[in-house]
Design a binder for this molecule. Structure first.
Ligand SMILES: Cc1ncc(COP(=O)(O)O)c(C=O)c1O
Length: 376
């Protein structure tokens, strides 16, 4: 059907996206454990954020609520989960948001104000970038994980200074230099914020996250994370001192002006936290080494040491063809392109999960070997 006259400009915009090989369309599938079925074809799923692959826990739907937590949506189960998450992050308190994206928007835009300065890693996730834009603070981008550049930029003036970084970078799988970041922050009394969506429940003792792995948990002033990745549940949260959480309850818009998560999801997260995460974590670690070492042996340039393993292709069109080849051979890996990653840095972002068996990993390696011969 032809576009309405007043919406013709949308066609032009979509055409431009297509010309640049950046067009995206929704693919429908059914996920079950380590597989995804698309068009009746069962594929090994290497695109899942359910890193720990905690065996399915039935969901007990008692009630769906539709109210803000400050109105009547504050089920008692929130207190239990927030206490657990605060302890998990060695902080006084925590606060659950509907998603990790909303946690970033609500937290950063509330705590950073006009006259402040935020130092943000150039590869930070879109939700961090948007959260910085929403605040009235000046935003200064430092080169990716580059401590010299951060140190230099921390010398700029600001009433309050903030440093914000991911713990495990979502598209590269590398770890943020948190030990140095906390040292540099301390020197200028800056506030350190870590979005550990991809390190939480996966890295560090008891899955406490990237700061714990580097021994700096207590030096982090504000944590932002997701319950929808390593834990395989749903929601987002922040953890910090009591006064910061109090401020968010009072002023954070994406906390106040939206409906609370239904209590069955809070109960579900509690069950998952209480499950045998250690066993899943060990399985995940084994799978990561198996796959990463195998890919290196084939000839791929793999530098990541985490469950996020990117294979950088560069050209957007080539990345799409590579992805299609894998799909036709029974593996689902979504090519990642601009604007999620910089232009000409398109990649296949493999995410390893504990759902994969040793046999699955061997099969994946066999197909990547075929792909290597075809595309390099
Ligand atoms: C670093 C980072 N922060 C936040 C989010 C958002 O988390 P959620 O999916 O819970 O909204 C993501 C999601 O991909 C992420 O990669």
């Amino acid at each position: 059907m032809a576009s309405k006259h007043n919406l013709i400009f949308v066609d032009a915009e979509i055409e431009k996206i297509k010309t640049n090989n950046l067009y995206r369309k929704l693919r429908y599938g059914k996920i079950k454990e380590g597989h995804i079925t698309i068009n009746q074809k069962k594929l090994l799923n290497l695109c899942s954020n359910d890193y720990l692959g905690i065996p399915n826990i039935p969901i007990d739907i008692k009630q769906l609520q539709a109210s803000s937590r400050l109105v009547s949506g504050n089920d008692e189960s929130y207190k239990k989960l927030e206490d657990k998450l605060a302890k998990h992050k060695s902080q006084q308190n925590s606060l659950i948001y509907p998603t990790g994206y909303m946690a970033n928007l609500g937290a950063v835009s509330t705590i950073a104000k006009k006259g402040d300065i935020i130092l943000s890693d150039e590869l930070n996730h879109a939700s961090i970038i948007e959260s910085c834009k929403l605040s009235d603070a000046k935003v200064s981008i430092y080169k990716h994980n580059n401590m010299e550049d951060l140190n230099k930029k921390l010398k700029q003036k600001g009433i309050n200074k903030f440093v914000i970084t991911e713990g495990v970078f979502s598209m590269d799988g590398d770890l943020s230099s948190l030990k140095q970041i906390t040292e540099l922050s301390e020197k200028v009394n800056a506030i350190t914020i870590v979005d550990d969506a991809h390190g939480d429940f996966v890295i560090g003792d008891d899955g406490r996250g990237t700061p714990e792995y580097f021994g700096v948990s207590k030096k982090i002033d504000l944590y932002i994370s997701s319950l929808s990745k390593g834990l395989g549940s749903f929601g987002g949260y922040v953890a910090s001192q009591n006064n910061v959480i109090d401020l968010f309850i009072n002023k954070s818009k994406s906390f106040i002006y939206t409906s609370a998560l239904p209590s069955f999801l809070i109960d579900h997260s509690l069950k998952r936290i209480g499950s045998n995460r250690e066993k899943q974590k060990r399985k995940l670690e084994k799978n990561v080494v198996h796959l990463a070492e195998g890919l290196k042996q084939i000839g791929y340039n793999i530098t990541s040491t985490t469950q996020i393993i990117p294979i950088i292709i560069g050209d957007e069109k080539k990345a799409m063809i590579f992805g299609e080849f894998l799909l036709n051979n029974g593996i689902f890996v979504q090519p990642i392109r601009y604007p999620t990653v910089p232009k000409n840095q398109a990649r296949l972002r493999i995410s390893v999960t504990a759902w994969l068996s040793d046999k699955d990993v061997d099969r994946i390696l066999g197909i990547f070997e075929k792909a290597y011969r075809k595309f390099s």
